[in-house]
Design a protein. Structure first.
Length: 297
């Protein structure tokens, strides 16, 4: 699986994950007295809004971002750290690629793993959540008798990935139709239960954590439990989760999870986490076969 570390994207991905440690440090200290001292009410009033926008980000003055979730926004201090890594690579590309890159990669994984509640053995980086879902789908052997479950709110690239696999293998893509208003979380879980029971050939389910189009929070834990009881592989599209939700991936129980770090964890673009449960890790294959083929997940 470590084939995913190829030399065309390792610099950006490793530095991005390392820069994500800014968020990790804040979250880790959220209950400490030090944080209370550091973030006073007065400093919040001074810092949030126009002040932080003009001093900590590079946005054009006429631009007002209302959709941070699409492309994120990289703080200046994170950009500076990324540039330092890029310059370090260019000073000695051989030193970096042959002796240092894997160390930096693993150190970044360890930092982010603590933030998202995962063993380092179960976590790696991919370019984005779209790369995460196609990696998981291509690691499963589908037949024409199998099914993949999505819903009408599933992010388009996730739908495209499911449809691509269906075209290649002949399997069927099923979709849950959600209509609003939704009264409670039990209603959402029941929709999945009904679909699982009506179509026992479902082998793989893509579950949004935070729905991109509506910001609806999906009750993933009971849905994962339903899938597990039926031997269905569960994939969590957590594109918007890192930085917004407190994650405990090893406790969540899903088979696969992916989440972008550039949205709400403020890393440079081109960095996402990819989690594989030990039950599926050995069957998980990288999209790219490269130099680190035998260096672990």
């Amino acid at each position: 699986m470590s084939d995913i570390i190829n030399r065309s994207n390792i610099t950006l991905a490793a530095s991005a994950a390392a820069c994500g440690f800014v968020l990790y440090s804040l979250l880790k200290s959220k209950n400490s007295e030090q944080k209370k001292e550091f973030v006073s009410q007065n400093s919040i009033k001074r810092k949030f809004g126009k002040d932080i926008r003009e001093n900590d980000f590079c946005y054009d003055h006429h631009l007002f971002i209302l959709d941070h979730g699409s492309y994120g926004g990289v703080p200046k201090q994170v950009l500076k750290a990324m540039i330092n890594y890029v310059e370090k690579v260019e000073r000695n590309p051989f030193q970096w690629n042959l002796r240092e890159v894997l160390h930096h990669w693993r150190a970044s994984v360890a930092r982010v793993a603590e933030l998202v509640g995962s063993s380092t053995d179960n976590l790696t980086f991919v370019l984005n959540a779209t790369a995460g879902v196609i990696t998981a789908l291509r690691s499963v052997k589908f037949s024409p008798n199998d099914g993949i479950l999505i819903n009408n709110l599933t992010y388009p690239s996730m739908q495209y990935a499911a449809n691509e696999i269906a075209q290649e293998t002949g399997c069927t893509v099923y979709s849950i139709e959600f209509t609003f208003p939704i009264r409670n979380s039990e209603e959402v879980v029941e929709k999945y239960r009904q679909m699982f029971d009506e179509h026992p050939n479902i082998k793989f389910v893509i579950i949004d954590y935070i729905v991109s189009s509506t910001a609806m929070l999906i009750p993933v834990k009971p849905i994962i439990k339903l899938a597990k009881e039926r031997n269905i592989i569960s994939f969590i599209d957590g594109a918007h989760a890192p930085g917004q939700l407190e994650l405990r991936l090893d406790e969540l129980g899903c088979d696969y999870f992916t989440g972008n770090m550039h949205k709400w964890a403020f890393t440079p673009r081109g960095c996402a986490i990819f989690y594989a449960n030990p039950s599926v890790r050995s069957q998980t294959r990288s999209l790219i076969v490269s130099h680190y083929r035998y260096n672990g997940f």
